[in-house]
Design a protein around this ligand. Structure first.
Ligand code: OGA
Ligand code: MN
Length: 256
């Protein structure tokens, strides 16, 4: 029989695992979010509720199994670097509906944790090259509902959310006259890019997205902020470099 005395190494490991589980079940934003600029108190509270990161959402084995399912298809695509105007540069992407059962289970966990109801049946997979970048944009309200949730594979990265001008990015209403759609030629329908890229007089948050974490971006964080993944030369969190290599994200969204 295995006897665990108070200080046995195994006991310590278990205790550490338990602590991890407890931490994971809470909102773990605290050390992973850096608020920059002048945030109105209420906005910040709202943001904390609607931009969450869960570290170690998947295990190393689950990461490997997801990667193994994606890689054979993905590796046949070519990274796109051609259209500098596009919101994403240096990427390849696909959508997948059918998954191996063990990976389907992971996605079901995402649904339970991040969504109140169903997620869209096609899960979006985005493979960002080491020197790829996701520029500031807001996902179109025509194709995506209140919540966007992503698992990060293979690399840490830094996501920046910048408060947008509510008027300008107002996407609702039937006269969906997208004020900024002329910026990009091809993916403008999916991703709205701002013209003004300066951070001056803006408030924003940098989020450290560790490899194997899940982020959940909803409501105010999804509608009122642009999101972007910093290019490797700017990949820093609170002054510390965050090496960004090739990164695959598995993104679940709900219906508009
Ligand atoms: C997108 C996007 C974020 C990510 O595809 O619109 O913002 O985590 N992706 O890859
Ligand atoms: Mn997006």
């Amino acid at each position: 029989m295995l006897i665990l005395n108070k200080c046995s190494p195994l006991r310590q490991i278990l205790r550490r695992c338990h602590r991890q589980v407890v931490e994971n079940s809470k909102v773990v934003n605290k050390n992973l979010t850096a608020f920059m600029g002048k945030w109105p108190e209420e906005e910040q509270q709202d943001f904390r509720l609607h931009m969450r990161i869960i570290t170690d959402f998947i295990s190393e084995l689950e990461e490997q199994q997801l990667h193994e399912e994606i890689e054979p298809y993905m590796s046949r695509l070519r990274y796109e670097f051609d259209h500098w105007d596009d919101a994403i540069h240096g990427f390849r992407e696909t959508e997948r509906k059918k998954w191996f059962p063990h990976n389907r289970e992971v996605l079901e966990r995402v649904r339970q944790v991040a969504f109140e109801g169903a997620i869209m049946p096609y899960v979006h997979i985005l493979d960002l090259a080491a020197d790829g970048v996701i520029k500031p944009h807001v996902d179109s309200t025509r194709y995506c509902g209140t919540t966007i949730s992503g698992i990060s594979l293979l690399s840490d990265s830094v996501m920046r959310l910048v408060r947008t001008d509510a008027q300008r990015y107002q996407q609702s209403g039937t006269n969906a006259k997208e004020t900024d759609s002329q910026d990009a030629d091809s993916d403008a329908a999916y991703r709205h890019q701002p013209k003004e890229a300066s951070l001056e007089n803006k408030f924003y948050a940098d989020l450290l997205l560790p490899r194997r974490s899940l982020y959940i971006m909803s409501h105010t964080a999804r509608y009122n902020f642009t999101h972007e993944i910093l290019a490797k030369e700017h990949s820093q969190f609170q002054g510390m470099p965050v090496p960004k290599t090739r990164r695959i994200s598995i993104i679940c969204r709900n219906e508009p």
